[in-house]
Design a protein. Structure first.
Length: 195
């Protein structure tokens, strides 16, 4: 009996005890190809010696320093590396713990920007149908997966959803790729404004 509230409480999950490259190994020794590496964002594999060493070295020096009060050398170095590879107008990095939190921060930053500009009436958010941005309420509101959003809709901020970036399921007969790609700036936006 587990005391963990798993995503599917009826499922009995195998207990992973170690990672080996692209594989996870359970306590019975069965190997599983880790085709997801986590929530679709981890691509390092498991037990890479250089990654393990870097984590151990950092843990031995400084495991944590709250960013409300301190900065640290690895964070500054990563920010420098990211800014060096970003478009020239992007000069700052804001670190968060994951994708959902990044979406929440982006939504709040966009709102604060317009409030500071004296345009508090600017409150509309546009996302793409079939997009996934995370599981927090703000990220779900902007995300376009209807089945993920449905049970939470009474709690979500209003957002408009336009056609997905890919035309595979959404393109109409006779519609060119170029016309499909112009939908958000054209017809869909006009229809939204009429509502």
């Amino acid at each position: 009996m587990t005391r963990v509230f798993h995503r599917n409480p009826r499922e009995r999950y195998p207990v992973a005890v170690r990672g080996d490259g692209a594989y996870l190994v359970d306590r019975a020794g069965k190997r599983y190809l880790d085709a997801s590496g986590g929530a679709a964002v981890s691509c390092l594999g498991h037990s890479d010696a250089a990654v393990v060493r870097a984590i151990q070295d950092q843990l031995a020096r400084l495991p944590f320093a709250h960013t409300s009060f301190f900065t640290n050398e690895p964070m500054e170095a990563l920010a420098d590396a990211l800014v060096a590879r970003a478009p020239a107008s992007l000069q700052k990095v804001y670190f968060v713990s994951g994708g959902s939190e990044a979406m929440e921060a982006a939504l709040k930053l966009a709102r604060q920007y317009f409030v500071e500009k004296g345009e508090p009436q600017r409150r509309h958010v546009i996302g793409r149908r079939q997009s996934y941005h995370g599981n927090t309420l703000g990220a779900l509101a902007v995300g376009g997966n209807q089945w993920r959003r449905r049970q939470f809709e009474p709690l979500l901020v209003s957002a408009t959803h336009v056609s997905p970036c890919y035309a595979y399921r959404g393109k109409q007969a006779g519609e060119s790729d170029e016309t499909y790609g112009q939908r958000p700036a054209g017809r869909e936006e006009r229809d939204r404004l009429r509502r």
